[in-house]
Design a protein around this ligand. Structure first.
Ligand SMILES: Cc1cc2nc3c(=O)[nH]c(=O)nc-3n(C[C@H](O)[C@H](O)[C@H](O)COP(=O)(O)O)c2cc1C
Length: 173
């Protein structure tokens, strides 16, 4: 087995969890030993050669469990290659500034950790899960409903991670 990689994610409605699983599967297929764990269930970073951190955007910020996790594990994270992704509907916003703001929110939630690479992926929004006030907010923020996850893009990003994180997989037996 290759080096151990942790895919750590936050999620409120499950769509980021599914993205984390696809990323983890690509890394496992490349010969790495992968754990895919929701951030709130992570107890230790010991033994990992690299970590992928992802979380969804809510009201302009990455879910707060990401920032808390980074704060608590800052020392160890500074010594590991970190790759990061943020999930939101910003890529579907006609204003290109929305994507910039999403990437800035990701950077803020990781500070002071600097990822070797970071990405913004379009997520999924089911209006049936929202109340009237939330639907109005999303309308005003030009956040559309639907499942916009681009699985090919996500898998391709994952396949590029080992090289970016300086990891070489174990030769396939
Ligand atoms: C109340 C609410 C607020 C949201 N705010 C944002 C936002 O500010 N920016 C954005 O790009 N997406 C926003 N989204 C879209 C979510 O990031 C998207 O649905 C994501 O896939 C959710 O991930 P999860 O299913 O893992 O919780 C919002 C969604 C909801 C329901």
């Amino acid at each position: 087995m290759g080096a151990r990689i942790l895919v750590a994610y936050a999620t409120r409605n499950g769509s980021t969890a599914e993205i984390a699983r696809v990323i983890g599967k690509e890394l496992a297929d490349a010969g790495f030993s992968v754990d895919i764990t929701e951030i709130k269930n992570i107890t230790t970073l010991a033994g990992y050669a690299a970590i992928v951190i992802g979380g969804p955007l809510y009201m302009g910020s990455v879910d707060g469990t990401v920032g808390k996790f980074v704060g608590k594990n800052n020392g160890q994270l500074q010594n590991l290659p970190v790759a990061a992704f943020v999930v939101g509907l910003a890529p579907k916003n006609p204003d290109p500034k929305a994507a910039e703001q999403a990437m800035a929110a990701l950077k803020r939630s990781l500070e002071p950790v600097m990822p070797v690479t970071s990405a913004l992926f379009a997520g999924k929004l089911d209006p049936a899960t929202l109340n009237f006030v939330m639907r109005k907010f999303l309308e005003m923020a030009k956040i559309p409903a639907g499942d916009f996850r681009d699985w090919d893009l996500i898998a391709a990003w994952a396949r590029d991670l080992p090289a970016k994180m300086g990891l070489s997989p174990a030769p396939k037996s």
